[in-house]
Write a protein that binds this ligand. Structure first.
Ligand SMILES: *Cc1c(COP(=O)(O)O)cnc(C)c1O
Length: 492
């Protein structure tokens, strides 16, 4: 199966090339030329498998040049005892209609591990398949969780280096410390003065800089991305939607073939886009509930058909969703319209005037499939406390945003079986979680980890244990105009 750019469907590459390149040369995102179909019989077979088997089955449908044996070796390496739950992506049912899909049992306590424990295997194999002799430097802009998960995935992977940029004041104490203390001889981390969009724009500009690419190439390096624009990031995320469906069926709460809704706390639109692909493949998904925080560009887009990033950027207590440009929406636009010229013009308009509008036709397809909603910080905290007191279940701020939007959704669809996609451990955002529970949270985030553990009687996840005692290796901050220089220095 070939992949092509959302902005030019005649530019076709193999899966391995798509993974190596990350972004198409025209700035578009790679999409598969067709979506493999999965029958209910296939899903029944998946129900009998563990997470690893499900991952091999789903991923192999998109990766023709990879044989099953090699996929098994990657899956075994990616989803093993680096996860603290044997189910890898366990489901916690809070009632007969609601399951919380916990995607944060990996080495950095956030859902990004689901993809970023796999990507280095896919990428290094793809490099070999493409005959690439140069070494690859992974460049990441992060709103917090991607950076750490990518560092953890690529640390000491041969033939690679990884450099992560994060917004100076845009990540939590715990996230910052996790990145500053990263181990590995091939890793680098720098803060950037600005917000996440500044960091992401800086990285996109670096990728588009042809002269820089030539200078680096002369030294034996090329740049690639581990952001969710890379197909190798997205693909492993499709797996857990199938897995969650199987777990719902296996629990007896829905019948095979019954419809299941998914609520996804959304930022860059990668996670929920994977759900869209699962639905396109034939998974019986009803609504995709797209939950935003006060940076509610997507809520407005779903409501009125205009995507408009011209608005104040808000720093919220769900910082991994503080995003005004949801890059992966481009893939949805292509998937619905099938029109590369249209997508290219939307993205051009987004770049120049900061907005674009879709047709009534596209708007109605979105309305049939998606429910958009958002939630304020106050509501997020109220919900964390109410669910903890009512059900004894503690969730992080991002998951709580999704949970709140599900409550809104259930006013129109009260009995729909729904999966709430849980994207981070509550320990990762312990200051906001403690404050939601009415506890004092004035100490630095890392000191609060222990306090949250005592308050709620929950064990501190291993990856966050003793974080404040580790050596800080990376404390630099750079101007957003100097990011290119930082890259050249890192690869000098
Ligand atoms: C990255 C992240 C999100 C947003 O996911 P997208 O794929 O960017 O939409 C939500 N919650 C947490 C905890 C995250 O780390």
């Amino acid at each position: 199966m070939k992949y092509f750019s959302t902005r030019n469907s005649s530019y076709k590459v193999s899966a391995a090339e798509a993974i190596v390149k990350g972004l198409a040369p025209d700035g578009g995102l790679f999409v598969p030329e067709s979506v493999p179909q999965v029958s209910l019989e296939d899903i029944k077979a998946l129900c009998e498998m563990d997470y690893r088997g499900r991952a091999v089955d789903i991923m192999s449908r998109y990766l023709e040049e990879f044989d099953t044996e090699e996929l098994w070796s990657y899956v075994n390496a990616a989803y093993g005892d680096n996860f603290d739950d044997a189910a890898i992506a366990p489901m916690h049912f809070t009632d007969d209609n609601t399951g919380v899909l916990e995607l944060w049992h990996g080495p950095t306590c956030a859902f990004k591990d689901m993809a970023l424990q796999m990507l280095p295997h896919l990428l290094t194999a793809s490099l070999k398949k493409c005959g690439e002799k140069r070494k690859v430097c992974i460049l990441v802009a992060t709103s917090g969780d991607t950076g750490k998960a990518a560092l953890e995935g690529f640390a000491d992977v041969e033939g690679t280096k990884i450099l992560v940029f994060y917004p100076h004041n845009g990540v939590s104490d715990v996230q910052k410390l996790q990145m500053m203390t990263q181990s590995g001889s091939n890793v680098g981390v720098s803060a950037v003065y600005g917000n996440f969009d500044d960091a992401q724009t800086g990285v996109k500009n670096i990728f588009a800089d042809k002269e820089l690419a030539e200078r680096l190439s002369a030294r034996g390096w090329f740049l690639s991305s581990a952001n969710s624009i890379n197909w190798g990031r997205l693909l492993p995320q499709i797996v857990y939607y199938f897995s969650a469906y199987c777990d719902f069926v296996n629990s007896g709460r829905i019948k095979m073939g019954g419809v299941l809704d998914f609520a996804v706390p959304t930022g860059n639109f990668g996670n929920i886009l994977a759900c869209w692909y699962a639905k396109k493949m034939g998974l019986p998904v009803g609504r995709l509930i797209c939950a935003s925080n006060e940076n509610n560009v997507l809520t407005d887009f779903f409501a009125c058909g205009e995507y408009n990033k011209n608005r104040p950027f808000r720093c919220t207590i769900s910082p991994s969703m503080d995003i005004l440009v949801s890059s992966n929406l481009e893939r949805l636009l292509y998937s619905i319209s099938g029109d590369d010229v249209f997508v290219a013009s939307c993205m051009k308009s987004l770049n120049t005037v900061g907005s674009y509008r879709v047709s009534e036709e596209i708007k109605s397809v979105i309305a049939e499939n998606f429910f958009g909603g958002f939630c304020t910080d106050e509501e997020t905290k109220e919900l964390i406390r109410r669910i903890y007191e009512g059900k004894g279940y503690l969730m992080d701020t991002h998951t709580a945003v999704a949970c709140k939007v599900v409550e809104d959704y259930r006013r129109v669809n009260p009995t729909a079986p729904t999966v709430i996609v849980s994207t981070a451990s509550p320990f990762k955002f312990c200051d906001s979680v403690l404050s939601a529970l009415g506890e004092d949270s004035s100490a630095p985030g890392t000191e609060l980890i222990e306090k949250l553990s005592e308050t709620c009687g929950l064990k501190v996840p291993y990856p966050l244990f003793g974080l404040d005692k580790r050596e800080k290796r990376f404390e630099g901050v750079c101007e957003k105009e100097k990011m290119t220089k930082t890259v050249e220095g890192f690869l000098a």
